[in-house]
Design a protein around this ligand. Structure first.
Ligand code: GTP
Ligand code: MG
Ligand code: ZN
Length: 296
């Protein structure tokens, strides 16, 4: 059996890259088709290639075993990555800051490092840009500003990608594939127009795909999404996934303070100081969402 990495999954077939770089289109054993062992891009697997004569429409091999995952995200479904790069556009579509915070919770849960890339800087004026920089004061993750169209910020983005396996995640139409094409034109990824009327993308990228970069890194380009729900998040743990609160934890008046309405709360005292107000709003919103689920 050979070891390889799933680089694409579509229509029940998986492209598996072996260590020589050759790709094999494989089917998978039933147990690897759904549930928590359902194969996703990034998975290391053991597969049995067919003899050349028996390679047919049923593929060129069969995947027998999923090897343990170092980490994984369920949205976008991807495993064994070094970092999450959340991509948003400043306009068309507008940046969804709450979705950013949601995605960052999942990266914290998986102990993945993360950064935020704000694309389409060419669509905002100077004043708007200055307001944005103010809005991101004390943001607890690195932020890159890019324009795939004007070529701005691409060197920094490429530097962040170099030597690592990253996943690009964000809504449709923000420019995930365009940024990758701008960094490496040979990728020739398909990109799509944003709808004039509703300013949303049209879901151009249909499947996640792991792409090798010339800068020695690799990236999983993924289809856009806008909904992300918390399924098994405990209200008392929510603050642990906000690294911005870290220095304050243990300093509240109540030992099990949830930082909502308790008196003498060290977190709330820092809103607008070392805590970005927008981040605290998301915390509060998520807390409500989780406690509502707990009651149900
Ligand atoms: N003005 C401007 N337009 C951009 C920029 N980056 C991408 N676009 C445009 O935005 C549209 C969507 O780009 P895509 O790269 O297809 O977006 P995506 O995030 O890959 O979208 P999905 O594959 O649907 O998830 C295209 O028309 C791009 O030309 C940018 O920096 N500035
Ligand atoms: Mg795309
Ligand atoms: Zn508190």
């Amino acid at each position: 059996m050979l070891k390889g990495k799933v680089v694409k999954a579509a229509g029940g077939f998986f492209s598996v890259r072996d260590k020589s770089g050759a790709e094999h289109i494989c089917r998978a054993r039933g147990a690897l088709k759904k549930g928590k062992n359902g194969l996703i891009v990034g998975d290391w697997v053991l597969f049995e290639p067919f003899d050349d004569d028996s390679a047919t429409e049923s593929g060129e091999g069969i995947i027998e075993k999923l090897l343990p995952r170092a980490n994984h995200l369920s949205r976008p479904p991807v495993s064994n990555v070094d970092q999450l790069i959340v991509i948003m556009s400043l306009k068309e579509p507008e940046c969804d800051w709450q979705l950013v915070s949601r995605m960052l919770i999942f990266s914290e849960k998986e102990k993945l490092s993360a950064l935020l890339c704000l694309n389409k800087t060419d669509l905002v004026g100077e004043k708007e840009f200055a307001a944005l920089v103010e809005q991101t004061e004390f943001y607890p993750y690195p932020i890159l500003f890019t324009s795939a169209v004007k070529g701005a910020g691409l060197e920094q983005l490429e530097k962040c990608l170099s030597g690592k396996c990253s996943v690009f995640a964000g809504p449709s139409g923000v420019g995930k594939s365009s940024l990758l094409n701008a960094i490496q034109p040979g990728l020739s990824l398909q990109t799509g127009l944003v709808s004039e009327k509703i300013k949303r993308g049209r879901h151009t990228t249909r499947q996640a795909e792991l792409l090798n970069l010339n800068c020695s890194g690799s990236v999983v380009d993924t289809p856009g999404f806008t909904r992300l729900e918390f399924s098994d998040l405990d209200a008392d743990q929510l603050a642990d996934y906000f690294p911005d609160f870290d220095p304050l934890l243990g300093r509240c008046g109540f030992r099990n303070c949830r930082h909502i309405s308790e008196p003498d709360c060290a977190v709330r005292q820092e809103i607008g100081l070392s805590i970005n107000p927008m981040r605290y709003d998301h915390y509060k919103y998520f807390m409500q969402e989780i406690t509502k689920q707990e009651v149900l």
